[in-house]
Design a protein around this ligand. Structure first.
Ligand code: DMJ
Length: 471
Protein backbone atom coordinates (compact mmCIF):
# COMPACT_ATOMS: atom_id res chain seq x y z
CA UNK A 1 0.00 0.00 0.00
CA UNK A 2 1.38 3.41 -0.94
CA UNK A 3 1.72 6.11 1.68
CA UNK A 4 -1.37 8.00 0.49
CA UNK A 5 -3.55 4.88 0.39
CA UNK A 6 -2.32 3.88 3.84
CA UNK A 7 -3.18 7.30 5.19
CA UNK A 8 -6.66 7.12 3.64
CA UNK A 9 -7.29 3.70 5.21
CA UNK A 10 -6.12 4.78 8.65
CA UNK A 11 -8.62 5.92 11.27
CA UNK A 12 -9.41 9.63 11.26
CA UNK A 13 -7.46 10.72 14.32
CA UNK A 14 -4.48 8.66 13.26
CA UNK A 15 -4.85 9.91 9.69
CA UNK A 16 -4.70 13.52 10.75
CA UNK A 17 -1.72 12.68 12.94
CA UNK A 18 0.21 10.85 10.24
CA UNK A 19 -0.35 13.56 7.67
CA UNK A 20 1.54 16.71 8.39
CA UNK A 21 -0.94 18.95 10.21
CA UNK A 22 -0.99 22.45 8.79
CA UNK A 23 0.51 25.08 11.07
CA UNK A 24 -1.73 26.48 13.82
CA UNK A 25 -1.77 29.76 11.91
CA UNK A 26 -3.04 28.03 8.77
CA UNK A 27 -5.70 26.12 10.71
CA UNK A 28 -6.88 29.31 12.39
CA UNK A 29 -7.23 31.03 9.00
CA UNK A 30 -9.13 28.04 7.61
CA UNK A 31 -11.52 27.76 10.57
CA UNK A 32 -12.19 31.51 10.47
CA UNK A 33 -12.86 31.37 6.73
CA UNK A 34 -15.28 28.46 7.17
CA UNK A 35 -17.03 30.23 10.03
CA UNK A 36 -17.48 33.23 7.73
CA UNK A 37 -18.78 30.92 5.01
CA UNK A 38 -21.55 29.83 7.41
CA UNK A 39 -22.14 33.37 8.69
CA UNK A 40 -22.43 34.80 5.19
CA UNK A 41 -25.12 32.22 4.40
CA UNK A 42 -27.04 33.38 7.46
CA UNK A 43 -26.63 37.04 6.49
CA UNK A 44 -27.74 36.40 2.93
CA UNK A 45 -30.82 34.31 3.61
CA UNK A 46 -31.92 34.83 7.20
CA UNK A 47 -30.50 38.06 8.63
CA UNK A 48 -32.52 39.03 11.71
CA UNK A 49 -34.20 35.63 11.89
CA UNK A 50 -33.30 33.00 14.47
CA UNK A 51 -31.57 30.52 12.15
CA UNK A 52 -30.84 29.81 8.51
CA UNK A 53 -31.73 26.82 6.36
CA UNK A 54 -28.72 27.08 4.06
CA UNK A 55 -29.81 24.57 1.43
CA UNK A 56 -33.21 26.07 0.65
CA UNK A 57 -31.99 29.58 1.51
CA UNK A 58 -34.83 30.20 3.95
CA UNK A 59 -35.09 31.38 7.56
CA UNK A 60 -36.17 29.34 10.59
CA UNK A 61 -37.79 30.52 13.84
CA UNK A 62 -36.35 28.63 16.81
CA UNK A 63 -38.45 29.73 19.79
CA UNK A 64 -41.74 31.17 18.59
CA UNK A 65 -43.28 30.11 15.26
CA UNK A 66 -43.76 33.20 13.10
CA UNK A 67 -41.60 35.41 15.28
CA UNK A 68 -37.82 35.43 15.29
CA UNK A 69 -35.79 36.97 18.10
CA UNK A 70 -32.52 37.28 16.18
CA UNK A 71 -31.09 34.23 17.91
CA UNK A 72 -28.08 33.70 15.61
CA UNK A 73 -27.12 37.36 16.04
CA UNK A 74 -27.30 37.04 19.83
CA UNK A 75 -25.46 33.72 19.81
CA UNK A 76 -22.57 34.87 17.63
CA UNK A 77 -21.35 38.09 19.26
CA UNK A 78 -18.55 36.76 21.45
CA UNK A 79 -17.37 34.46 18.63
CA UNK A 80 -17.00 37.51 16.39
CA UNK A 81 -15.10 39.18 19.20
CA UNK A 82 -12.54 36.43 19.78
CA UNK A 83 -12.03 35.97 16.03
CA UNK A 84 -11.44 39.70 15.57
CA UNK A 85 -14.47 40.06 13.28
CA UNK A 86 -15.26 43.51 14.58
CA UNK A 87 -17.33 44.70 11.61
CA UNK A 88 -19.58 41.65 11.98
CA UNK A 89 -19.89 42.27 15.71
CA UNK A 90 -20.81 45.91 15.01
CA UNK A 91 -23.55 44.79 12.56
CA UNK A 92 -25.00 42.57 15.26
CA UNK A 93 -25.01 45.39 17.81
CA UNK A 94 -26.65 47.77 15.35
CA UNK A 95 -29.37 45.28 14.50
CA UNK A 96 -30.03 44.62 18.18
CA UNK A 97 -30.18 48.35 19.01
CA UNK A 98 -33.18 48.63 16.72
CA UNK A 99 -34.82 45.24 17.09
CA UNK A 100 -34.10 43.72 20.49
CA UNK A 101 -37.31 43.25 22.45
CA UNK A 102 -38.75 40.45 24.52
CA UNK A 103 -42.17 42.03 24.89
CA UNK A 104 -43.68 39.29 22.74
CA UNK A 105 -46.90 37.35 23.26
CA UNK A 106 -45.15 34.02 22.70
CA UNK A 107 -43.78 31.14 24.69
CA UNK A 108 -40.10 30.23 25.08
CA UNK A 109 -38.36 27.25 26.63
CA UNK A 110 -36.72 28.72 29.71
CA UNK A 111 -33.56 26.56 29.56
CA UNK A 112 -32.83 27.42 25.94
CA UNK A 113 -33.55 31.10 26.53
CA UNK A 114 -31.07 31.19 29.43
CA UNK A 115 -28.12 29.32 27.91
CA UNK A 116 -28.47 30.97 24.50
CA UNK A 117 -29.93 34.45 24.95
CA UNK A 118 -29.29 35.57 28.54
CA UNK A 119 -25.71 34.32 28.12
CA UNK A 120 -25.41 35.69 24.57
CA UNK A 121 -26.49 39.16 25.62
CA UNK A 122 -24.29 39.14 28.73
CA UNK A 123 -21.20 38.08 26.79
CA UNK A 124 -22.13 40.54 24.04
CA UNK A 125 -22.04 43.17 26.77
CA UNK A 126 -18.59 41.96 27.84
CA UNK A 127 -17.38 42.15 24.24
CA UNK A 128 -18.71 45.65 23.53
CA UNK A 129 -19.51 47.44 26.79
CA UNK A 130 -23.01 48.13 25.40
CA UNK A 131 -25.28 48.58 28.43
CA UNK A 132 -28.43 47.92 26.43
CA UNK A 133 -27.27 44.33 25.94
CA UNK A 134 -26.97 43.84 29.69
CA UNK A 135 -30.36 45.50 30.15
CA UNK A 136 -31.76 43.11 27.54
CA UNK A 137 -30.35 40.13 29.44
CA UNK A 138 -31.94 41.42 32.64
CA UNK A 139 -35.28 42.10 30.99
CA UNK A 140 -35.31 38.60 29.54
CA UNK A 141 -34.31 37.01 32.85
CA UNK A 142 -37.14 38.89 34.59
CA UNK A 143 -39.58 37.47 32.05
CA UNK A 144 -38.21 33.96 32.67
CA UNK A 145 -38.36 34.15 36.47
CA UNK A 146 -42.07 33.19 36.70
CA UNK A 147 -40.91 29.66 35.78
CA UNK A 148 -39.25 29.61 39.19
CA UNK A 149 -41.49 31.88 41.27
CA UNK A 150 -44.75 30.17 40.22
CA UNK A 151 -43.41 26.73 41.04
CA UNK A 152 -44.39 25.42 44.49
CA UNK A 153 -41.02 23.66 44.81
CA UNK A 154 -38.90 26.38 43.19
CA UNK A 155 -37.85 23.92 40.46
CA UNK A 156 -38.69 25.77 37.26
CA UNK A 157 -41.51 25.07 34.85
CA UNK A 158 -40.23 24.46 31.31
CA UNK A 159 -42.05 27.15 29.33
CA UNK A 160 -43.15 30.74 29.89
CA UNK A 161 -45.03 33.33 27.86
CA UNK A 162 -42.69 36.31 27.60
CA UNK A 163 -45.47 38.88 27.86
CA UNK A 164 -48.01 37.32 30.21
CA UNK A 165 -45.73 35.22 32.43
CA UNK A 166 -48.03 32.19 32.01
CA UNK A 167 -46.07 29.00 32.67
CA UNK A 168 -46.42 25.46 31.36
CA UNK A 169 -44.56 22.16 31.56
CA UNK A 170 -44.66 20.78 35.10
CA UNK A 171 -42.59 17.71 34.30
CA UNK A 172 -39.08 18.89 33.60
CA UNK A 173 -35.71 17.18 33.34
CA UNK A 174 -32.39 17.68 35.09
CA UNK A 175 -30.70 19.75 32.38
CA UNK A 176 -33.60 22.19 32.22
CA UNK A 177 -33.92 22.36 36.01
CA UNK A 178 -30.29 23.11 36.77
CA UNK A 179 -28.53 24.72 33.82
CA UNK A 180 -29.01 28.35 34.76
CA UNK A 181 -26.83 29.09 37.76
CA UNK A 182 -23.90 30.43 35.73
CA UNK A 183 -26.01 32.93 33.80
CA UNK A 184 -28.26 33.89 36.72
CA UNK A 185 -25.49 34.29 39.27
CA UNK A 186 -23.50 36.35 36.78
CA UNK A 187 -26.54 38.55 36.26
CA UNK A 188 -26.93 38.94 40.02
CA UNK A 189 -23.32 40.04 40.21
CA UNK A 190 -23.70 42.50 37.34
CA UNK A 191 -26.99 43.98 38.54
CA UNK A 192 -26.48 43.73 42.32
CA UNK A 193 -29.82 41.89 42.59
CA UNK A 194 -29.50 38.44 44.22
CA UNK A 195 -32.92 37.20 43.05
CA UNK A 196 -31.59 35.45 39.94
CA UNK A 197 -28.88 33.50 41.77
CA UNK A 198 -31.21 32.68 44.65
CA UNK A 199 -33.88 31.25 42.34
CA UNK A 200 -31.32 29.06 40.65
CA UNK A 201 -29.76 27.80 43.85
CA UNK A 202 -33.16 26.98 45.38
CA UNK A 203 -34.02 24.88 42.34
CA UNK A 204 -30.76 22.94 42.50
CA UNK A 205 -31.23 22.26 46.20
CA UNK A 206 -34.82 21.10 45.77
CA UNK A 207 -33.82 18.51 43.16
CA UNK A 208 -30.71 17.25 44.95
CA UNK A 209 -32.64 16.80 48.20
CA UNK A 210 -34.64 14.13 46.38
CA UNK A 211 -31.58 11.98 45.61
CA UNK A 212 -31.67 8.33 46.54
CA UNK A 213 -29.72 6.75 49.38
CA UNK A 214 -27.08 5.94 46.72
CA UNK A 215 -26.69 9.64 45.82
CA UNK A 216 -28.19 9.04 42.37
CA UNK A 217 -30.91 11.15 40.77
CA UNK A 218 -33.82 10.37 38.50
CA UNK A 219 -33.98 12.22 35.20
CA UNK A 220 -37.52 13.65 35.02
CA UNK A 221 -38.90 15.74 37.86
CA UNK A 222 -42.42 16.95 38.64
CA UNK A 223 -41.98 20.55 39.76
CA UNK A 224 -45.40 20.65 41.44
CA UNK A 225 -45.22 17.38 43.35
CA UNK A 226 -41.47 17.56 44.01
CA UNK A 227 -40.76 13.97 42.94
CA UNK A 228 -38.92 12.14 40.17
CA UNK A 229 -41.48 10.73 37.73
CA UNK A 230 -39.52 7.60 36.81
CA UNK A 231 -36.51 5.71 38.11
CA UNK A 232 -34.05 5.91 35.18
CA UNK A 233 -30.87 7.88 35.76
CA UNK A 234 -29.39 8.48 32.29
CA UNK A 235 -26.58 10.89 33.26
CA UNK A 236 -24.40 12.20 31.72
CA UNK A 237 -26.60 11.59 28.69
CA UNK A 238 -29.38 14.04 27.90
CA UNK A 239 -31.64 15.25 29.29
CA UNK A 240 -29.51 15.16 32.45
CA UNK A 241 -26.22 16.38 30.94
CA UNK A 242 -25.59 20.02 31.81
CA UNK A 243 -27.15 19.69 35.30
CA UNK A 244 -23.78 18.17 36.27
CA UNK A 245 -21.74 20.58 34.14
CA UNK A 246 -23.28 23.56 35.95
CA UNK A 247 -22.59 22.11 39.38
CA UNK A 248 -18.90 22.04 38.56
CA UNK A 249 -19.19 25.50 37.00
CA UNK A 250 -20.96 26.77 40.11
CA UNK A 251 -17.76 26.03 41.95
CA UNK A 252 -15.15 26.77 39.26
CA UNK A 253 -16.69 30.01 38.01
CA UNK A 254 -18.64 31.22 41.03
CA UNK A 255 -16.78 29.69 43.96
CA UNK A 256 -19.99 28.21 45.41
CA UNK A 257 -18.90 25.42 47.76
CA UNK A 258 -22.40 23.85 47.85
CA UNK A 259 -22.10 23.29 44.11
CA UNK A 260 -18.67 21.75 44.59
CA UNK A 261 -19.89 19.40 47.29
CA UNK A 262 -22.98 18.41 45.33
CA UNK A 263 -20.87 17.85 42.21
CA UNK A 264 -18.45 15.58 44.06
CA UNK A 265 -21.18 13.59 45.78
CA UNK A 266 -23.18 12.99 42.60
CA UNK A 267 -20.11 12.33 40.43
CA UNK A 268 -18.84 9.74 42.90
CA UNK A 269 -22.16 7.91 42.62
CA UNK A 270 -22.22 8.07 38.82
CA UNK A 271 -18.70 6.68 38.58
CA UNK A 272 -19.57 3.93 41.04
CA UNK A 273 -22.88 2.77 39.58
CA UNK A 274 -23.16 3.99 35.97
CA UNK A 275 -19.67 3.75 34.48
CA UNK A 276 -18.90 0.62 32.49
CA UNK A 277 -15.95 -0.60 30.41
CA UNK A 278 -16.59 -2.32 27.07
CA UNK A 279 -13.59 -3.45 25.00
CA UNK A 280 -11.48 -0.99 26.93
CA UNK A 281 -13.80 1.95 26.23
CA UNK A 282 -15.45 3.87 29.06
CA UNK A 283 -19.20 4.55 28.84
CA UNK A 284 -22.05 5.51 31.16
CA UNK A 285 -25.09 3.24 31.25
CA UNK A 286 -28.55 4.08 32.49
CA UNK A 287 -29.26 2.80 35.99
CA UNK A 288 -32.23 2.73 38.35
CA UNK A 289 -31.51 5.62 40.71
CA UNK A 290 -32.97 3.80 43.69
CA UNK A 291 -31.05 0.52 43.28
CA UNK A 292 -28.06 1.41 41.09
CA UNK A 293 -28.91 -1.53 38.81
CA UNK A 294 -28.46 -1.10 35.01
CA UNK A 295 -31.74 -0.68 33.15
CA UNK A 296 -30.41 -2.52 30.08
CA UNK A 297 -30.40 0.60 27.90
CA UNK A 298 -27.13 0.50 25.91
CA UNK A 299 -27.47 3.84 24.15
CA UNK A 300 -25.02 6.69 24.35
CA UNK A 301 -25.61 10.16 23.01
CA UNK A 302 -23.07 12.40 21.29
CA UNK A 303 -24.30 15.09 23.67
CA UNK A 304 -22.69 13.20 26.57
CA UNK A 305 -19.19 13.79 25.16
CA UNK A 306 -18.96 17.08 27.08
CA UNK A 307 -18.66 15.00 30.27
CA UNK A 308 -15.08 14.07 29.36
CA UNK A 309 -13.92 17.62 30.08
CA UNK A 310 -16.11 18.07 33.14
CA UNK A 311 -14.73 14.88 34.68
CA UNK A 312 -11.17 16.00 33.96
CA UNK A 313 -11.68 19.54 35.28
CA UNK A 314 -13.33 18.10 38.37
CA UNK A 315 -10.21 16.08 39.19
CA UNK A 316 -10.89 12.75 37.42
CA UNK A 317 -8.34 13.34 34.67
CA UNK A 318 -7.77 9.77 33.59
CA UNK A 319 -11.52 9.04 33.48
CA UNK A 320 -12.08 12.23 31.47
CA UNK A 321 -9.35 11.27 29.01
CA UNK A 322 -10.73 7.73 28.73
CA UNK A 323 -14.25 8.96 28.03
CA UNK A 324 -12.93 11.29 25.33
CA UNK A 325 -10.97 8.41 23.77
CA UNK A 326 -14.15 6.33 23.66
CA UNK A 327 -15.88 8.98 21.56
CA UNK A 328 -12.79 9.23 19.37
CA UNK A 329 -13.16 5.50 18.66
CA UNK A 330 -16.70 6.17 17.39
CA UNK A 331 -15.49 9.14 15.33
CA UNK A 332 -12.84 6.90 13.79
CA UNK A 333 -15.52 4.45 12.68
CA UNK A 334 -17.96 6.97 11.18
CA UNK A 335 -15.88 10.20 10.75
CA UNK A 336 -18.63 12.10 12.61
CA UNK A 337 -20.28 10.90 15.82
CA UNK A 338 -23.92 9.94 15.29
CA UNK A 339 -26.57 11.45 17.52
CA UNK A 340 -27.18 8.15 19.35
CA UNK A 341 -25.43 4.78 19.18
CA UNK A 342 -25.17 1.47 21.01
CA UNK A 343 -22.02 1.67 23.11
CA UNK A 344 -21.43 -2.07 23.02
CA UNK A 345 -21.42 -2.37 19.21
CA UNK A 346 -21.20 1.26 18.00
CA UNK A 347 -24.32 0.54 15.91
CA UNK A 348 -26.11 3.74 14.94
CA UNK A 349 -29.57 4.10 16.48
CA UNK A 350 -31.89 3.73 13.46
CA UNK A 351 -34.33 6.15 15.08
CA UNK A 352 -31.66 8.83 15.46
CA UNK A 353 -29.04 8.35 12.72
CA UNK A 354 -28.21 12.01 12.05
CA UNK A 355 -25.62 14.56 13.13
CA UNK A 356 -27.01 17.91 14.17
CA UNK A 357 -23.73 19.83 13.85
CA UNK A 358 -23.14 18.88 17.47
CA UNK A 359 -20.37 20.67 19.36
CA UNK A 360 -19.87 18.40 22.37
CA UNK A 361 -16.91 16.40 21.05
CA UNK A 362 -14.87 19.47 19.96
CA UNK A 363 -16.00 21.13 23.21
CA UNK A 364 -14.34 18.32 25.15
CA UNK A 365 -11.22 18.53 22.96
CA UNK A 366 -11.03 22.27 23.61
CA UNK A 367 -11.17 22.03 27.40
CA UNK A 368 -8.91 18.98 27.56
CA UNK A 369 -6.37 20.75 25.37
CA UNK A 370 -6.20 23.79 27.64
CA UNK A 371 -6.11 21.53 30.70
CA UNK A 372 -3.43 19.07 29.56
CA UNK A 373 -1.77 20.47 26.39
CA UNK A 374 -1.77 16.91 25.09
CA UNK A 375 -1.42 17.29 21.27
CA UNK A 376 -3.91 14.47 20.64
CA UNK A 377 -6.74 16.88 21.42
CA UNK A 378 -5.61 19.18 18.63
CA UNK A 379 -5.11 16.27 16.26
CA UNK A 380 -8.54 14.79 16.85
CA UNK A 381 -10.26 18.19 16.81
CA UNK A 382 -8.65 18.94 13.47
CA UNK A 383 -9.79 15.55 12.14
CA UNK A 384 -13.30 16.45 13.29
CA UNK A 385 -13.08 19.76 11.45
CA UNK A 386 -12.03 18.04 8.21
CA UNK A 387 -14.99 15.66 8.56
CA UNK A 388 -17.33 18.60 9.08
CA UNK A 389 -16.01 20.23 5.93
CA UNK A 390 -16.33 17.02 3.95
CA UNK A 391 -19.88 16.11 4.95
CA UNK A 392 -21.70 19.23 6.14
CA UNK A 393 -20.43 22.02 3.88
CA UNK A 394 -22.91 23.35 1.31
CA UNK A 395 -22.65 26.32 -1.08
CA UNK A 396 -24.27 28.69 1.43
CA UNK A 397 -22.89 27.43 4.72
CA UNK A 398 -22.98 24.22 6.70
CA UNK A 399 -25.91 21.94 7.38
CA UNK A 400 -27.00 19.19 9.73
CA UNK A 401 -27.03 15.60 8.49
CA UNK A 402 -30.14 13.46 8.70
CA UNK A 403 -28.37 10.12 8.14
CA UNK A 404 -24.66 9.44 8.50
CA UNK A 405 -25.04 5.81 7.34
CA UNK A 406 -25.57 6.62 3.66
CA UNK A 407 -22.88 7.36 1.07
CA UNK A 408 -22.68 10.25 0.73
CA UNK A 409 -24.10 11.15 4.13
CA UNK A 410 -27.61 12.60 3.79
CA UNK A 411 -27.72 16.34 4.31
CA UNK A 412 -30.60 18.13 5.99
CA UNK A 413 -31.28 21.86 5.81
CA UNK A 414 -30.46 23.76 8.99
CA UNK A 415 -27.58 25.56 10.63
CA UNK A 416 -28.43 25.54 14.36
CA UNK A 417 -27.58 28.85 16.04
CA UNK A 418 -25.45 27.07 18.64
CA UNK A 419 -22.92 26.29 15.94
CA UNK A 420 -22.18 30.03 15.67
CA UNK A 421 -21.40 29.98 19.37
CA UNK A 422 -19.67 26.65 19.77
CA UNK A 423 -18.08 24.45 17.08
CA UNK A 424 -15.97 27.01 15.22
CA UNK A 425 -15.07 28.93 18.36
CA UNK A 426 -13.62 25.84 20.05
CA UNK A 427 -11.60 24.92 16.98
CA UNK A 428 -10.39 28.47 16.46
CA UNK A 429 -9.28 29.06 20.05
CA UNK A 430 -7.47 25.72 20.31
CA UNK A 431 -5.10 26.90 17.62
CA UNK A 432 -5.30 30.69 17.80
CA UNK A 433 -3.60 31.95 20.91
CA UNK A 434 -6.08 34.86 20.63
CA UNK A 435 -5.06 38.03 22.40
CA UNK A 436 -8.75 38.39 23.19
CA UNK A 437 -9.03 35.10 25.10
CA UNK A 438 -7.41 33.96 28.33
CA UNK A 439 -6.69 30.25 27.84
CA UNK A 440 -5.60 29.94 31.46
CA UNK A 441 -8.55 31.57 33.19
CA UNK A 442 -11.69 31.15 31.14
CA UNK A 443 -15.11 29.73 31.84
CA UNK A 444 -17.62 28.97 29.10
CA UNK A 445 -21.27 28.14 29.65
CA UNK A 446 -22.82 25.04 28.13
CA UNK A 447 -23.54 26.98 24.94
CA UNK A 448 -19.89 28.04 24.45
CA UNK A 449 -20.41 31.61 25.66
CA UNK A 450 -17.25 33.07 27.18
CA UNK A 451 -18.62 34.04 30.60
CA UNK A 452 -15.07 34.55 31.91
CA UNK A 453 -11.88 35.02 29.94
CA UNK A 454 -12.56 37.67 27.29
CA UNK A 455 -9.52 39.94 27.16
CA UNK A 456 -8.73 43.21 25.47
CA UNK A 457 -10.69 46.38 24.93
CA UNK A 458 -14.41 46.16 24.22
CA UNK A 459 -15.27 46.83 20.57
CA UNK A 460 -16.99 50.22 20.53
CA UNK A 461 -19.85 50.54 18.06
CA UNK A 462 -20.66 54.14 17.20
CA UNK A 463 -24.23 54.96 16.21
CA UNK A 464 -24.94 55.32 12.52
CA UNK A 465 -26.29 58.80 11.84
CA UNK A 466 -28.83 59.41 9.13
CA UNK A 467 -28.77 62.71 7.18
CA UNK A 468 -31.07 64.24 9.79
CA UNK A 469 -28.66 63.21 12.51
CA UNK A 470 -30.73 60.62 14.37
CA UNK A 471 -28.83 57.49 15.36
C1 DMJ B 1 -26.30 23.19 23.02
O1 DMJ B 1 -27.46 23.95 22.92
C2 DMJ B 1 -25.81 23.17 24.43
O2 DMJ B 1 -24.49 22.70 24.39
C3 DMJ B 1 -26.67 22.34 25.33
O3 DMJ B 1 -26.15 22.19 26.61
C4 DMJ B 1 -26.93 20.97 24.76
N1 DMJ B 1 -26.34 20.83 23.49
C5 DMJ B 1 -26.63 21.81 22.53
C6 DMJ B 1 -25.92 21.56 21.24
O4 DMJ B 1 -25.75 20.23 20.97
Amino acid sequence: MGALAAAAAAPLGARAATQAMPSPKAIVALVRAEYLHAWNGYKRFAWGHDEVRPVSGTPHDFFIPGHSLGLSIIESMDTHYVMGLDAELASCVRWLRTNLTFDVDGEVEMFEAVIRMVAGLTTGYYATGERFLLEGARDLADRLLPCFSKSPTGVPYRFVNLRTGAVRGAVTNLAEAGSNILEFADLSRLTGDPKYRDASKRAYRAVIEKRSALDLLGTYFDVEKGVFTQNDDVAPNPPADSFYEYLWGGWAMLGDSDCRDWYRMLTGALLKYASVRVDGNLWFQAVDYTTGRPTGDRSQSELAAFYAEVLAKGGERSMGAAYYDSFTAVAEKYELIPETFDFTTFAVDPNDPGFELRPEYPNAAFDLWFLTRDPKYRTTAYAHFLALQKHCRVPNGYTVLTDIRTTPMTQGDLFPAYAFSENFKYLYLMFAGSLRFDGGGYYLNTEGKVMRGLRGNPVRVPPVYSRTGTG
